[in-house]
Design a protein around this ligand. Sequence first.
Ligand code: RIB
Ligand code: CA
Length: 317
Amino acid sequence: MKKIILDTDPGIDDAMAIFTAMAHPQIELLGLTTTFGNVSVEQATTNALSLVEMAGLDIPVAKGVGTPWVKELNPFPDFVHGVDGFGNVNLPAPKGQPIAQSAAQYIVEQVNACPGEITLVAVGPLGNLAAALQIDPSIAEKVKEVVLMGGVIAADGNVSPVAEANILSDPHAADKVMAAAWSVVIVGLDVTHQVVLNNALFAKIAKENTKVGQFMADAAQFYIDFYSSIRDIDGCYAHDVSAVAYVVDSSMFGTIEGEVCVATDGVAIGQTIMSRFGIPYPLTFWQGRPKQKACMQVDSTKLVALFEDAMTSDYWN
Ligand code: RIB
Ligand code: CA
């Protein structure tokens, strides 16, 4: 079993990733930490508690950062995830409460308790991971790996020609994460734009998963409607679940590596820039940084099958 803490801004595709992590036999989901991003951190925390409750699980939810490290908070993309973050399905309020610790404190405590064992899976802006590094820089040596949905190296961005939403939401935090002495795997738009989840799949999930299937299909419909309106696809992209899939089976991805800097201002703000050509440049921003990995190819058929199997497994019935 691979122990993970999932840092999230739920979020419709976050829900897909969280449910997949809950159900997959190779994953031990220790807890959820929440951040602003698709919605406010308050709404993200409520949504995380709702997902845990819906699944009948008893795992901690720790509330995290509500604003970026430096830049202004952007308006929340309610046209992508709905005002409630779940496509305006408007779930009843969850009964549970977040734990007293902040997300960053929870991450530090768990990583120090299980050095070398925990993978941080981040599928939202990266303020909680940056805050955890600030509390205890030594966690960089104790985290097994950071696998993050975010960024784009060579493909089309989704919030600018060169930037992806999670990184743009907090570029200063993202740059700290890329510069730290831990192993980061960027599961970015280079691969998630190759993985489409269609209506027929969600209809199957609604039919076979009697616990959370109908909710997932209803929320996904809002996401599909958005993507069908701006991209020529019959479905929605499997952004966040691709990060969980990497933890389960990294062999379905092809990767490159290099030092990574994140642009924190100007026209390219939010761009993840990897020095990947082995050329010693006169500009030294990348010098002294660790090489990080970025996923550039993916077996999308295998990834969709992993999601489908997790969402229709006996775990839910
Ligand atoms: O760019 C896609 C990412 O931004 C996903 O994590 C989605 O949930 C949003 O947070
Ligand atoms: Ca997300």
